[in-house]
Design a protein. Sequence first.
Lengths: 304, 451
Amino acid sequence: MGFFDKLKKGLTRTRESFTGKIEQLVMGYADIDADLLDELEETLIMADVGVKTTERLMDAVRRGVKKKEINTPEDLKPFLEARITEILATGSDELHTASEGPTVMLVIGVNGAGKTTTIGKLSAYYKEQGKSVMLAAADTFRAAAIDQLEIWSQRTGAVLIKHEEGSDPAAVAYDAVKAAKARGIDMLIIDTAGRLQTKSNLMEELSKINRVIQREIAEAPHETLLVLDATTGQNAIRQVELFTKAAPITGVVLTKLDGTAKGGVVVGIKSELSMPVKWIGIGEAVEDLRPFDAADFAKALFDK
Amino acid sequence: MIFEGLADRLQETFKKLRGHGKLSEEDVNEAMREVRMALLEADVNFKVVKGFIKKVQERAIGQNILDTLTPAQVVIKIVNEELTELMGGTQSRINMSPTPPTVIMMVGLQGAGKTTSAGKLGFSLKKQGKHPLLVAADIYRPAAVKQLQVLGEQLEIPVFAMEAGTDAVTIAKSSIDFARSHVNDVVIIDTAGRLHINEELMQELKSIKKEVRPHEILLVVDAMTGQDAVNVAESFNGDLGLDGVVLTKLDGDARGGAALSVKAVTGCSIKFVGMGEKLEALEPFYPERMASRILGMGDVLSLIEKAQTAFDVEEAKKMEKKLRRDEFTLDDFLSQMQQVRKLGSFEQIMGMIPGMGGLKKQLAGADIDLNGKEMKHIEAIIYAMTPKERADVGIINGSRRKRIAMGSGTHVQDVNKLIKQFAEMKKMMKKMKKMQKGHMGLGGFKLPFMH
Ligand SMILES: Nc1nc2c(ncn2[C@@H]2O[C@H](COP(=O)(O)OP(=O)(O)OP(=O)(O)O)[C@@H](O)[C@H]2O)c(=O)[nH]1
Ligand SMILES: [Mg+2]
């Protein structure tokens, strides 16, 4: 299955309900009236797009009606699709890699977002590209977190750097960067403990991990990925805002898009914080990770 | 970004109509726009919001505005009452079976917090004199069994697990026999996280249910969940018939509208809330608190409770007396700060008090930082002072300041700043004292240094 098919499959439900809803709207109304616009607004909000971004989109629709860009209910879908694609496509989604030496990826996020699983998938992805991969178990806090990552390293044939449970996560990161450099590793991916963005001590811990990495390799981490559960509502915005203060985020990974959650939060994040989305997770298996492609994503959201 | 609570926004909306006549339809509609916005921003499901607004609207139109309440307060009162009612009463109890073992099943999406909640629930029951057994039925996620085993070890609660390859239904079934022969009177089954649309895995839960006939099936829901919460809750409830909900990660800053959505579509009470990663007992759910949290009106009650546990009552009385007599010293200042810190960051505390937005800004100007590094500096400086100096900052002249700075490894500026801060704090406390007597409506809440 190609990327587009897989993505489409993953988003089938999203698409069915979203597109279906809009089509239903189009069928049900001969003219664009207040009720129709209300229902459109509902569809966006129910997709977790967020009140602010929804208002922005609805304003654009109203302007489009005024400017005669939208003349019939049938024009609504392509119009919105274009607007959302536009929002999603702003900013660079490109992946940063090291020009020489290991590319360091730091993976962060709230508890249970899907960090460790995403790392397993990333490991498989880079292994498949013929790269050497090292994983660092810097979640030294959660029970059995190290074992979990170890299983992923075995599954994907990656090297694992680990310390004892309860040890200093920054020390794990430090050792890993040293080891990756010494062993000529291509990709070093660092797992961190899940933390809520409001815990200042834990955010300070994250900054420290970031600093330690930077001290070893000035441009590193080349990627700091915030893992976001697509089921998350508006708190996702706060997550991006606060995490990036502790460790500047280069991109977002949106996981669990295989559920019924619409992932509309990405549109909100893009439009309010212009934070690029780099990967999406569409399942629990190693192959269920895809680079984010704004156009494909928007298309899959609307396409039949 | 400080969230301007609903209270502030409604106050704004109603500025022009302070205190006369009845609430007109137009007034109410305008207010409802704000309420709707607040609820949607809090992630309450769109449909749930719609129904709720309709109900409040009906009640609010034509309502008399009493002299004692502003129109905004009238609306908030109605909103709060309806919200609290919708949220249901406090029911933080497990249905215990008259014939042990009582069987509890934890279910939910991936990453919701089932395993941690299972551990916490076990801990709560153990503290109540029960003998719980934790059952590791998540056979899918790598190291999930190990995670529960580690928790069990930490809590000194036995964990039932079977060798890899055993299916979840067999594990659950066998655990009941194990509990019987080991005199465990409560069995808590930790199941794997799954999507509500995964038929195969939902079937697994149905099979477990059929085999073990649980007395409680608890849905674990992440407080950060968005609009999709209704789909998840509806599916799990439809497939299994839920008995209650555990709302996790409430220690963050999510407004937690999902709580309302889940309650509305399942009718199930939220029984417990998770407030941290540490293995403390699960905390009971309080509908009124959740209502004001969702509305962005602060969480005064939680603050009170936190304050009550963090502050020593005797100590508090002593402080009050000292304050009244203006005998408050730097020593007291230090011990107060240390106690306040137990409540969380200063920003968090302020966030829990409604209408404190303004004061928060003022305090930012006063440069009071009770967190982290600065706190350590302050401690060091105060410890470097003589008892006499601590009792009376007035005697701390230039040369004393220099000595204190040396002794504490700080700079004279730091010492100056602290002394200034101390003065500011005394001033601020006077202000807060006044405010508390005034119109802020802090209820029975008081920090020990306020009276
Ligand atoms: N359906 C689905 N499940 C996922 C996806 N990504 C992760 N998960 C599941 O979500 C759960 C939590 O994932 P983890 O990778 O352990 O999350 P984490 O962020 O590392 O969690 P902590 O380290 O405990 O904070 C696991 O059960 C994963 O299998 C996804 O894209 N889709
Ligand atoms: Mg993890």
